[in-house]
Design a binder for this molecule. Sequence first.
Ligand code: FEO
Length: 166
Amino acid sequence: MLSKSIQEALNKQVQMEAESSQAYLAMASWTEIQPGLEGVSNFFYQQSDEERQHMLKLVRFINERGGYAMVPALEQPMVTFPSIKKLFEEYLNHELKVSNSINDLVHLSLSEKDYATHNFLQWYVNEQIEEERVARTLNDKLELIGDDRSGLYLFDRDIMNYRGKE
Ligand code: FEO
């Protein structure tokens, strides 16, 4: 059975994952209407789907453990971007925020001796290591590319190779 505070914190994480899904959907949509960024757009459509899966996993866990997962209201995410570089910075910052939030949850579960929740959260801890790695790699690549159009062409073509999940 979940304590009230853990239930609340998990529900907040539901909201965060849902907002991640929305944020990446907005990135997918914006890059889809820019010329030559089909690869980046596909990448973010896929990221958006994954975040929805992260959210669903939490919803199912909360309910399974005797809590109630409340579907949250969501704020509109950033829908236009000054540059592709800024978009990817935003992506990394977002993932860092998610990691912090997961870490706080892990801390809370330990302090309340809720080992079932602690165990459940390990999947998210590992997932965040991978997500941060991907986001950092992509930002590093863009830094190297600078204003080189042919570099951006290759970046767009190869972006799925950096996911490391297929
Ligand atoms: Fe589910 Fe990328 O945080």
